[in-house]
Design a protein around this ligand. Structure first.
Ligand SMILES: NC(=O)c1ccc[n+]([C@@H]2O[C@H](COP(=O)([O-])OP(=O)(O)OC[C@H]3O[C@@H](n4cnc5c(N)ncnc54)[C@H](OP(=O)(O)O)[C@@H]3O)[C@@H](O)[C@H]2O)c1
Length: 177
């Protein structure tokens, strides 16, 4: 963290961000900084993975740490469809005149302090995904999406095991599944 602070002092970076930090690590990282604050935390968040809701999202919002939601489409709309047997996403997309991806991203953006970084392979999809912002789902639509689509919330043990697995795979030069 002190190296990050030096880079910020030298103007080599504008802001300091971290990734996959739980609350305890955010606290420790911030305490290690004396002249700058943590600007963002990049974490997994989507309609189908709401692990950060509660403690981590609350902490980031209260401390003005931007949440950069990675995998905000849950790795692709097919994955969301598997968790949405009654087709809530499709129905709300039709209601709003938006695409399913735009609605799924807008659901994330509706949370205070959350931005999304969907990955897309074509310019058309990038343009489509940009159309996820600049408008709002209604409170009712947000509720319907939140309640109608199944999701997982990883426990502390699973998160820790995934981090260890990621570390091991990085060491041997492979991506975890
Ligand atoms: N910090 C971390 O630990 C971490 C970990 C994982 C990922 N990330 C970052 O998160 C970002 C995205 O995550 P991700 O790739 O895992 O998942 P994602 O963005 O949730 O999903 C990407 C998938 O959605 C598809 N897609 C994108 N736009 C679409 C649209 N408008 N309509 C239909 N399908 C669409 C893509 O297809 P096409 O590619 O065919 O367009 C791709 O298959 C990346 O920038 C990645 O670097 C960060």
């Amino acid at each position: 963290m002190s190296a990050m602070e030096e880079l910020a002092d030298q103007g080599k970076i504008r802001l300091i961000g971290v990734s996959n930090f739980p609350v305890g690590e955010l606290r420790r990282a911030q305490a290690a900084l004396s002249r700058h604050r943590i600007f963002s935390n990049q974490v997994r968040y989507s309609l189908i993975d709401r692990t950060i809701e509660g403690r981590l999202l609350d902490y980031c919002q209260q401390n003005h740490i931007a949440v950069i939601a990675f995998t905000p489409l849950g790795h692709g709309l097919d994955q969301i469809s598997r968790m949405d047997p009654s087709g809530v996403l499709e129905r709300i997309a039709k209601q709003c005149g938006k695409t399913r991806a735009q609605v799924a991203l807008n659901w994330c953006l509706a949370k205070e302090g959350v931005v999304t970084i969907p990955k897309a392979s074509t310019i058309e999809r990038v343009a489509e995904n940009c159309g996820a912002s600049g408008w709002r789902l209604t409170a009712e639509q947000l509720q319907e999406l939140s309640h109608g689509i199944r999701y997982q919330r990883r426990g502390t043990l699973e998160i820790a095991l995934r981090r260890i697995a990621r570390y091991v795979f990085q060491r041997i030069g492979r991506e975890p599944a």
